[in-house]
Design a protein around this ligand. Structure first.
Ligand code: AGP
Length: 613
């Protein structure tokens, strides 16, 4: 999605803006721009060069005025209006004095634009965002200072926004506001910053604050002042920032994805660390849902998108098996518009790496409105989902920069299975000795992942042999099915090749018609309880000419007679196997994408965080 950044009070404002925009690139973008203001003068540069826009912007800024201490910057992921310079942010008002940047969607922009055109305003873009510049222009002309002009302009706006506004007549001020789309404010002596998320400015400031919905913030070199839409002063939420610069570096890897695949053992260890007290009970960050309330839970609904949805699918099997609770897993964008049934005793769990996926946040809001208790599973401390949930469980995978989620997935499965054990303990559905065994197995999974990582050479060889394949099926049974879905998603989003994840038992119900020579079937066959079943599925596809890649447990000798390629993993508790089995599938997708010359950290058309619908 779009990224925004602003700086007021620094003598390095332009450098900070450009560096911050480069750090926001992973949010996905197709154009970029900055605006600098000093007394009476607004200077703007914009570019629309796809994923090279920020580099082009750096060149364009060689003409920028020097010594400017106030500015805003934007990377745009087109929603309304083609990715062309005319639609790139910042947008200006008619006077050219006021500049705005915006992340989100103004749903009633057409009506607002019609009124503004009728009052003589001239538009230079086809974006929804530009209406804000002209609304603010009118309110400034009516005598309002900048913060009140912005605040009053938002009263008529429907939709989502995180925005920042500058005016050459108030050169030491930026006004920012937020509804739904994320916004952070940060301070350091003598300068104040804003950004759509922390990585853009995390090494610039010393204190960080979250802006909540319908809050408007005036930033000056000495700090900030926040109000609600009625103009009443409000406090911003202090945030905990545990990033450091090298976290965002690549640690010697070619790209963030390789770094993050390699970090999975430590992501798992960090996520599972300090989770049990001496008496064997479990502890969770900010779990404001009491054990008594959890004991009253009668149904669990998991809502998520993409990779997080696949982690939630794995959790369903563990919660049902261990806690004997009925679990539904819902795609967020479907659940939120379905007028869902929420009975007393329903626990909704929103799973989101970024904690900013708008569909998952809105799905949890819908559930909360209907009386559900909501737990957020996030990887970013104090993300919107965390702040809006009744309780939060943090994955501690560390900053995940690559658009394709890897370490967050394994950490999500681990923390959800930890929650499943907690629920089983509270409900008395498992003996404490069995819980101890499962917990020990879960903490050992990180070592199995490390073992698999040491076998990456074999995966690269298989990917090289299959580099000309254009059609893939991923198959699995039980938790191997969500593993297959996630493996297929990794291949799709990284290589742009077609891949489908399927429950192996479904083959006869249609997909078998697609199997022919040249198709590659990737199968997860590590579950000993279903081994025979899935081998018979593989015999069916082999008989029709498919090549087979099997993810199989060490010691499984039967598979060698059927699969063309075998990628081996240490045997693991079947319900925990997705954490280990997904690793060769991540590596396979990565190797195939590198072989095709793809940008593995920033695949085309995709964004790391989907903050618009
Ligand atoms: C996964 O590789 C993709 N980046 C995407 O499916 C992602 O998982 C999805 O957008 C959900 O993001 P979230 O976990 O931040 O909510």
């Amino acid at each position: 999605m779009c990224g925004i950044i602003g700086v007021v009070g620094s003598t390095s404002t332009l450098d900070i803006l450009l560096e911050g925009l480069a750090r926001l690139e992973y949010r996905g973008y197709d154009s970029a721009g900055v605006a600098l203001v000093r007394q009476g003068e607004t200077w703007r540069a914009r570019t629309a060069n796809g994923t090279e826009s920020v580099q082009a912007l750096v060149r364009a800024c060689a003409q920028a005025p020097t010594g400017v201490t106030t500015g805003i910057g934007h990377t745009r992921w087109a929603t309304h209006g083609a990715p062309e310079v005319m639609n790139a942010h910042p947008h200006l008002d008619c006077s050219g004095r006021i500049a705005i940047i915006h992340n989100g969607i103004i749903e009633n922009h057409l009506a607002l634009k019609e009124d503004l055109l009728a009052r003589g305003h001239t538009f230079t873009s086809v974006t929804d965002s530009e209406v804000l510049a002209h609304q603010i222009e009118e309110l400034r002309a009516a005598g309002n200072d900048l913060i009140n002009a912005v605040r009053l302009s938002l009263a008529s706006v429907r939709g989502a926004f995180s925005l920042a506004v500058v005016d050459a007549l108030e050169p030491n001020t930026i006004v920012a506001a937020r509804r739904v789309s994320p916004l952070i404010v940060a301070t350091t002596p003598g300068a104040t910053y804003l950004a759509s998320d922390i990585p853009a400015i995390f090494d610039r400031a010393t204190s960080f604050y979250g802006v909540d919905d319908d809050q408007v913030v005036q930033l000056t070199p000495d700090g900030f002042h926040a109000v609600d839409l009625e103009g009443t002063s409000v406090q911003l939420t202090p945030l905990t920032v545990n990033f450091d610069l090298e976290t965002a570096q690549k640690d010697g890897h070619d790209d963030f994805m390789a770094k993050e695949i390699a970090e999975q053992p430590q992501a798992l260890r960090a996520t599972l660390m300090d989770r049990r007290r001496g008496d064997g009970s479990f502890t969770f960050d900010e779990m404001h849902v009491s054990d008594e309330e959890l004991k009253e839970v009668r149904r669990v609904v998991l809502v998520a998108a993409g990779t997080s949805y696949h982690a939630a699918l794995v959790a369903k099997y563990a919660i049902e098996k261990w806690a004997r609770l009925s679990v539904d897993v819902e795609i967020s964008s479907e659940y939120r518009y379905r007028d869902p049934v929420i009975e007393i005793g329903t626990l909704v769990i929103g799973v989101s790496q970024s904690g900013e996926t708008i569909d998952t946040i809105q799905a949890c809001r819908e559930a909360k409105l209907r009386g559900a208790r909501v737990i957020g599973i996030c990887n970013i401390v104090d993300a919107s989902l965390a702040r809006e949930s009744d309780a939060v469980l943090y994955t501690r995978a560390g900053l995940e920069v690559s658009v394709a989620s890897t370490k967050a997935f394994v950490a999500q499965v681990a923390v959800l299975e930890l929650l499943a054990l907690h629920l089983a303990q509270l409900r008395g559905t498992m003996d404490s000795a069995v819980i101890d065994d499962r917990f020990t197995e879960l903490t050992e999974v990180a070592d199995h992942v490390a073992t698999v990582l040491s076998r990456s050479e074999r995966v690269s060889l298989v990917a090289n042999e299959l580099r000309d394949t254009r059609d893939f099926f991923y198959l699995g049974r039980n938790v191997g099915f969500p593993t297959a879905l996630e493996g297929a998603l990794k291949l799709k989003e990284l290589t742009y090749l077609h891949a489908e994840g399927y429950a192996a038992g479904e083959l006869k119900h249609g997909p078998l018609a697609l199997i022919e020579p040249g198709v590659v079937v990737v199968a997860v066959v590590t579950d000993p309880n279903l081994h025979e079943k899935i081998l018979s599925n593989l015999a069916e596809v082999k008989a029709r000419g498919a090549s087979v890649v099997a993810i199989a447990a060490d010691g499984d000798e039967i598979i060698d007679a059927i699969a063309d390629y075998v990628l081996r993993v240490p045997a693991t508790n079947p319900l925990m196997a997705p954490i280990v089995d997904i690793v060769p599938l991540q590596q396979f997708a990565y190797a195939m994408a590198r072989g095709l010359g793809r940008n593995v950290d920033r695949p085309r058309n995709l964004a790391k965080t989907v903050t618009v619908e």
